[in-house]
Design a protein around this ligand. Structure first.
Ligand SMILES: [Cu+2]
Length: 131
């Protein structure tokens, strides 16, 4: 009677896959103003499809720039920092958008900045955590 436990495991596994569908989708949202992201940290699942709703509630254009693992921008944001960007989008003053990207596959805390000159210096920084 070894088959019964194996069948039970298969059924349970199939149910789990149907419920979770792999890494799945992470829906997060962030507001941008002068000069902050709110909230200042978000968490998404490793490798998930992220739907990030960004609203620019400020009076200047802002961008949301996710840096690669283990990297911290040194101000001013320049070409060497641009080479370490994982994903980015810009939102015009008063606009909102939903930006989609695939989350990094490695756990960690990733830096998010606004790369528009002077904005990071003014404190426009956040983090994205992958547990
Ligand atoms: Cu900005």
């Amino acid at each position: 009677m070894r088959r019964i436990p194996i069948i039970a495991m298969l059924v349970t596994g199939a149910g789990w896959l149907a419920a979770c569908g792999g890494p799945g989708t992470s829906e997060i949202s962030t507001a941008m103003t002068e000069f902050a992201f709110s909230p200042s940290s978000n968490s998404v699942s490793a490798g998930s499809e992220v739907a990030l709703t960004l609203s620019n509630d400020g009076t200047l254009d802002h961008n949301w720039v996710l840096m690669v693992a283990d990297y911290t921008v040194t101000t001013p944001f320049d070409e060497s920092d641009q080479a370490k960007v994982f994903a980015e989008t810009t939102v015009a003053a008063g606009d909102s958008t939903t930006f989609t990207f695939t989350a990094p596959s490695e756990a960690g805390t990733y830096q998010v900045v606004c790369s528009i000159p002077g904005h990071l210096e003014a404190g426009m920084e956040a983090s994205l955590t992958i547990p």
